[in-house]
Design a protein around this ligand. Sequence first.
Ligand code: NAP
Length: 307
Amino acid sequence: MARCFDTRRIPGPALDRLADAHDVEVWPHRLPPTSEELRAHAAEAEGLLTLLTDAVDEPLLAAAPEVRAISNYAVGTDNVDLEAATRRGIPVGNTPDVLTDATADLAFALLLALARRLAEGEQDVRGGEWITWEPDRALGAEVTGATLGIVGFGRIGRAVARRAEGFGMEVLHTARSGGTPLEELLERADFLTLHCPLTEDTRHLIGDGAFARMKPTARLVNTARGPIVDPAALERALHEGTIAGAALDVTDPEPLAADHPLLRAPNLLVVPHIGSATVRTRHRMTEIAVANLLAGLAGEPMPHQAN
Ligand code: NAP
């Protein structure tokens, strides 16, 4: 029986399978452990179940000499120093596939909400602004026939492409392994949606230079990771009308404080990192995260290993 530290309560019954096999401590609070708290708890643990809000970095691993398996409750592993874990021979699990459709749905929901100005419309109704049907009020962008540029054409990027085809969009994509060059994609896209991982290559990939290439009528959707977009450049682009709007599920910093200056930019819709937040998806993520940790602790290959 191994000692495991799980940094938050995660939904679904599968966590019981871990507790049946091992001695599991679950962090009981709504907010994640601080790095000091995480270090203190990890110091005692052999297995870690972490979230994207936990920095699993060199100092943490150095403070946790008995850890022999890490299971990250996300497909992205940008919160984990994979090289440092690999150097120590620690397998790191992630949760791909099961969240692809939920995240692609949210990307498309944001695209449609942005195109049709849903947030503004809802505010108008509640603010008593809906006084009659007006021919020229709340005019948005047509989605049918528009060009969608997808940055990162893996599981989620492809799932978004399938949805876009159903909406009669022209789909372009770029990825490391090919597709339309990013510069051309930026210039042609009416909607740009991000689905690449956060890496040193993609940090601030979308900044002043990218916005300058985009059409002033173009709209950006980010459901990947906040720092792929330079937030100061986005703020400028929205205020100056360099692009027509943005919808973000992920931000930099995250969470975005209610008084953050970015929230004063026009034509911006922000939701609180809910890409994978459906009941079924989160339950399935728990199943995979538990299966990964059980396998790693048993010295077997994890079903989904990221390093
Ligand atoms: P995936 O299948 O690994 O796809 C990633 C894609 O990004 C691949 O096509 C890859 O291209 C491409 N890519 C990598 N580096 C790139 C670069 N420098 N420029 C352009 N493209 C690049 O991953 P996935 O399952 O679709 O997930 C994608 C990301 O979505 C995750 O890493 C995570 O951060 C994010 N996500 C967010 C949420 C949320 O709640 N909002 C939920 C799930 C996932 P190559 O194949 O050529 O390497």
